[in-house]
Write a protein of this length. Structure first.
Length: 135
């Protein structure tokens, strides 16, 4: 899906990840695909950014400092202005019970670490497509 040079996407992805290396890798891959990528390092920053900037999709680590990704997801789902924002959890929690819990919290998708960048990009596109059909 590489976009033409000079094209500026209005699609914004929030990366809520406390691992610098992983966050940089995700940001580079998303930008190469034409997305605007913004990164935060903890749950409080994530919630504040979601409420103020209203990103198109959120990549959310479940284990964030200050507020967990689970708490952020629950709060977003209760906030009228952003409750339909697609949330893709990215987590090292790989058990089926962990994934099911994330969906019960309101996640739209779930990717386990380690992951393939192409898979994350495909999932971002898929949740955006579903979200656009629901509006």
């Amino acid at each position: 899906m590489n976009l033409q040079p000079g094209f500026v996407s209005t699609r914004c992805v929030l990366i809520a990840e406390d691992d610098d290396r992983m966050a940089r890798m995700l940001a580079v891959a998303l930008r190469q695909e034409g997305f605007q990528a913004h990164r935060v390092r903890d749950g409080v920053e994530a919630l504040n950014y979601i409420l103020s900037a209203k990103p198109d999709v959120v990549l959310l680590d479940r284990r964030l400092p200050r507020l967990s990704g689970d708490e952020v997801c629950q709060m977003v789902r209760k906030a009228e202005s952003v409750r339909h924002t697609p949330i893709v959890f990215i987590s090292g929690l790989v058990a089926v019970a962990d994934r099911l819990e994330a969906f019960q919290l309101g996640a739209d998708d779930y990717v386990t670490k380690p992951f393939a960048l192409d898979e994350v990009l495909a999932r971002v596109e898929a949740v955006l497509m579903r979200a656009s059909h629901c509006r």
